[in-house]
Design a protein around this ligand. Sequence first.
Ligand code: ADE
Length: 269
Amino acid sequence: MRIDVVSIFPEYLAPLELSLIGKARQDGILDLHVHDLRSYTTDRHRTVDDTPYGGGAGMVMKPEPWSQALTAVAEARPGHGGKPVLIVPSPAGERFTQALAHELAVEEHLAFACGRYEGIDERVIEWAGDHFDVRPVSLGDYVLNGGEVAVLAMVEAVGRLLPGVVGNPESLVEESHSDGLLEYPVYTKPAVWRDREVPAILLSGNHGKIAQWRRHEQFRRTSERRPDLLEVFDAGKLPKADRLALQELGYDIVDGRPVRRQGTAEPAG
Ligand code: ADE
């Protein structure tokens, strides 16, 4: 996969040289290029922003440097497939999820346009649609100073799904959000630490029981911490043990979705 990132702070993307993503680049799995937006300016001051039409606080990123930078990125497209995907990190975008990470991980070419200040002139986003499949994407309902931190998160989430990046691909299967539920709790040695014992079932050697316990913990945690995930969880074809686990936690399955039984307490937290 090729990834291009355009930013006025290319140094912000330095962590992408480290750890698994850094190794994926060395191994040729990920061909990642970071571009300084200012190198696409033509004036002496390398200007990338200006005051907003209509007034208001802050500055807006000028269209011209962006069109130059994005044209260069579009022309660097490997192969002859469809349009590259251009992610524009923005708190006003669609939510970034594990499902979107999987969708992006099969693309040949991703580009990221890191806005700063109040954002990029909207005409750039419209124009870019001629060359890219443009997707404004938000990391969550909070505001960052710019897109760079969001790009670090998204490149890591997508990059680790590329074949060969995570050593044991099984660890991608049993993790939070891979099946719409949160991950079960994990423990390692010693079996007793500061008077706290590892749940006895995990020492039993009974792998069927362990799997059942872990599944129950997934439902319990999701119910406690992220009831919104359970509301949309597809419980239509669940095995009996899973249905029982949900019932024990106070849920009935109605039209294939877990629904909290009347009279059961809201989960803590
Ligand atoms: N830029 C500023 N805030 C952001 C957010 N929440 N997600 C993605 N990009 C952003």
